[in-house]
Design a protein around this ligand. Structure first.
Ligand code: SF4
Length: 333
């Protein structure tokens, strides 16, 4: 029987502390995949990608890297089992990005849905922003990754990566496997304003937030807009607080649903929010303690990332040797 473990890569931008959407949508799944023992896994903190929006003032990028690394580790990623590293520590990503840019037609990049949306919403129009999905392709295929844990919204980016792989392999011979999506059935995590939880909407709750911040954020949630007074019947399935209670207080949801729908005057939105806040505080207490302890020793985090980068560089350089040779480059002689 083959002992080949599928290579898997994923990553996040260093946006500072991670929130519940990042955790339930990705990090938790990463830890499960790690613990399955079935994969050789690389987790990248993509600091170059962060520059597409943070280029004007990148001064807190280093701190944000420490914060996200602490979150990765506190959530259970184990540097003994997986490789955790910072993108800019592995320069081969940039070399592959450059070579791929020679074979990628511009319309392929322009048609990525998130490009059009963000150009309109944020007014981003830099070359780096257009090339974002191409750098992302380089991030994935430089490890010859066969699997990428992604959410459904990331599928067009992965499809582009697969298209570029096919083009490269057609032009120069088989070097890269086509990466496949590893989809998880992650729950939808609504933010305080009912939109998808995101730092850019400032509607998020971080696992590392202190208890009083968690309480304040939870109390600011919009609920079902038709439930104005406590005795009004509500619609839990339209309520973001209820969506979170299903995850963090599943033992209570049957009763809450009945009380909400019948307009029981003894149970209202404030009680739901208080319950949710206390459950979040309790659920993420070990996480908060671990991340505080990790952040009190930054040298240790730095060491973990440096060791990860060394392992990542070895694999990335092995790929680049294959790429340079396939393309018959000067530096492959
Ligand atoms: S009572 Fe609870 S479930 Fe019903 S609308 Fe209010 S917060 Fe949502």
């Amino acid at each position: 029987m083959s002992d080949h473990k599928k290579v898997v890569l994923s990553g996040m931008q260093p946006t500072g502390m991670l929130h519940l959407g990042n955790y339930e949508g990705a990090l938790k799944n990463w830890v499960n995949l790690q613990n399955s023992g079935k994969y050789e896994m690389y987790f990248c903190i993509v600091d170059w990608h962060a520059l597409t929006t943070a280029y004007k003032d990148p001064s807190d990028l280093v701190e944000r890297i420490y914060q996200i690394a602490a979150d990765y580790l506190a959530a259970g990623l184990d540097p003994e089992k997986v490789t955790i590293f910072v993108q800019s520590d592995v320069k081969q990503h940039a070399e592959l990005h450059l070579l791929l840019s020679m074979i990628t037609p511009i319309p392929w990049l322009e048609r990525v849905p998130s490009y059009k949306e963000k150009v309109e919403a944020l007014g981003l129009d830099s070359y780096g922003f257009l090339g974002y999905p191409l750098l992302q392709t380089a991030d994935i295929i430089i490890y010859r990754a066969e699997g990428v844990p992604v959410g459904k919204d990331q599928l067009p980016h992965l499809e582009l990566a697969r298209e570029i792989v096919r083009r490269f392999n057609f032009l120069y011979g088989e070097v890269f496997p086509e990466p496949q999506a590893i989809l998880s059935d992650a729950p939808y995590i609504p933010g305080t304003d009912r939109r998808k939880m995101s730092k850019s909407y400032d509607n998020h709750i971080c696992m590392g937030d202190p208890p009083d911040v968690i309480r304040k954020r939870v109390m600011s949630y919009y609920t079902d807009e038709t439930k104005i007074y406590r005795g009004d019947p509500g619609h839990p399935d339209r309520c973001p607080v209820f969506a979170l209670l299903k995850i963090y207080a599943p033992d209570q949801t049957e009763k809450i649903k009945a009380d909400c729908e019948s307009g029981n005057p003894d149970w209202g939105c404030v009680k739901c929010k208080k319950l949710l806040a206390e459950r979040l505080i309790e659920t993420f207490k070990p996480f908060r303690e671990k991340r505080e302890q990790l952040l009190s020793d930054r040298e240790q985090i730095k060491k973990i990332l440096a060791e990860g980068a060394e392992r990542a560089r070895a694999r990335a350089e092995e790929t680049m040797r294959l790429v340079r040779k396939a393309m018959k480059m000067w530096d492959a002689q």
